[in-house]
Design a protein around this ligand. Structure first.
Ligand code: GLY
Length: 462
């Protein structure tokens, strides 16, 4: 945990921002895989972690803004629990670490909320993403699961997004601790990726690195020679000479902050000429986009800058044609770059996405474009000092998508479909780093991970 003061200060600001009523924050429960006692690794809710730091299941907190009081509801372990799972500090002992002295058994929570509801007081709660917590909201507040979305508290969501978006020095240290693990994961994958090796050997070796640090993956690893599938979670391929592997992976720091890094590596240790050409286009777009990161700039504009750079590089290769500005406006580049340039990063790999992407990445003045390619842009609004974001352009040759567009002659004034036939089995290239927006510009977080063609080839040839 951070020091007690950190959590006290965070909750104080939350009370001030939300202004009145009661805030109900639900921690997560253990989550069964196939029967109750066989559980997925426990992961605490990130907003709960942010405000309380308590990394154990079965807790619910109430912040009574009007009375200036804070309560933690939970149950101490029974003797049976201790027999099976070992001893733990008491609820009181845990809560003192987060600066809360008022604790009560979970059985008291419904009455506390009922009393407030009867007094007509506002009870603020967040969108829920786990079924068990949706049921808790139903039981505690009498709101049917299908109505919960309409009852979540916008003031609470906005206050939490405002606070969690700006990372403190300590939070950045955590992200950089996760990035130290990413360095090991990425360089190991470069060294291990050889013809004949199965993807699963590399994916599992990276996970072993993470576990050896006492950490967990920040998200399921994407490690695939089919990098054109954006979120490819299968590791069944045997890598062959001439393949490239996309490695999009990340770890959690001790306090659960995420890293999220992508590198693309040649399995043979050397990129082919064609691979070098596409890789250079992506690398150039990534470097230009990173250079553009500074406070006040809308990330949507940086996304568009990257799109123009990609399109311009593809035009130089003859894969695109015509006026680049117009091609990007028409969305022609989305045949090759179908997703957004990046997202917020923090306690979640897509930070705060559980609270609603529109609150995290958009603003009253900037609304999501629903068109293909743009609708997946998770972050569009102006950057502020303290934002940590990913910058991750890519070029992906997706045969099914190309076939469909070609059949429709879609954007054919901007796309050379004939030449594209030669790239159908190319795969994809993605390059991603984690960037802090500073007061005046940006800082690429973590130590450098091999990224230029020669750096990647050198590491891959070890
Ligand atoms: N790095 C995985 C993702 O952004 O979804």
């Amino acid at each position: 945990m951070f020091s007690t003061d950190v959590y006290i200060e965070r909750r104080k600001r939350l009370r001030n921002d939300v202004q009145s009523g009661m805030i109900l924050l639900l921690g997560n429960e253990e989550s069964p895989m196939n029967f109750a006692d066989n559980q997925y690794p426990f992961r605490q809710d990130s907003s709960f972690l942010y405000f309380f730091g308590l990394d154990c299941p079965g807790l619910s907190a109430v912040i009574d803004i009007d009375q200036g009081a804070e309560y933690m509801f939970g149950d101490d372990l029974t003797v049976d629990d201790i027999v099976w799972n070992g001893p733990q500090p008491t609820l009181k002992e845990k809560c003192l670490k987060t600066g809360i002295s008022e604790t009560a058994g979970l059985v008291k929570l419904p009455d506390a909320l009922k009393k407030a509801a009867q007094q007509g007081r506002k009870i603020h709660f967040l969108p829920q993403y786990r079924a068990v917590n949706i049921l808790k909201i139903q039981q505690l507040l009498g709101i049917h699961p299908s109505d919960i979305t309409g009852h979540v508290s916008q003031p609470l969501i906005k206050a939490i997004v405002a606070q969690r978006s700006i990372k403190s020095e300590q939070e950045i240290e955590q992200i950089e601790a996760a990035l130290d693990i990413s360095y090991e994961m990425q360089t190991l994958a470069m060294k291990m990726s050889k013809p004949g090796v199965y993807e699963r050997r590399v994916a599992s070796a990276m996970e072993a690195v993470v576990l050896s640090h006492g950490s967990r993956l920040a998200f399921p690893t994407i490690f695939s020679i089919h990098g054109e599938t954006l979120h490819n979670h299968s590791y069944d391929n045997q890598m062959q000479d001439g393949d490239m592997a996309v490695n999009d992976s990340g770890a959690e720091s001790p306090l659960h902050y995420a890293s999220d890094i992508t590198r693309t590596m040649p399995v043979s240790g050397k990129f082919s000429q064609r691979q070098k050409e596409i890789y250079s286009i992506v690398l150039n777009a990534q470097e230009k986009a990173i250079e553009a990161v500074r406070p006040g700039v809308e990330f949507r504009d940086i996304h568009l800058l990257a799109c123009r750079e990609l399109a311009s590089g593809l035009k130089d290769l003859g894969l695109m044609k015509g006026d680049i500005e117009q091609a990007v406006q028409a969305g022609a580049h989305t045949l090759f770059f179908q997703c957004g340039l990046g997202h917020m990063l923090g306690l979640d790999v897509h930070d705060m996405e559980a609270l609603g992407e529109e609150y995290v990445g958009y603003a009253d003045t900037i609304k999501r474009n629903p068109e293909f390619g743009f609708k997946s842009l998770r972050l569009a609004k102006a950057l502020e000092p303290g934002f940590v974001i990913t910058v991750e352009p890519g070029v992906y040759f997706i045969p099914e998508l190309i076939d469909r567009w070609k059949a429709d002659r879609k954007n054919s004034q901007y796309i050379n479909y004939e030449l594209l036939e030669e790239y159908m089995d190319f795969g994809g290239v993605r390059i991603e780093d984690d960037i802090l927006a500073t007061g005046t510009g940006h800082r690429v977080l973590g130590g450098p991970i091999p990224k230029t063609i020669s750096e990647v080839e050198d590491m891959s040839s070890c």
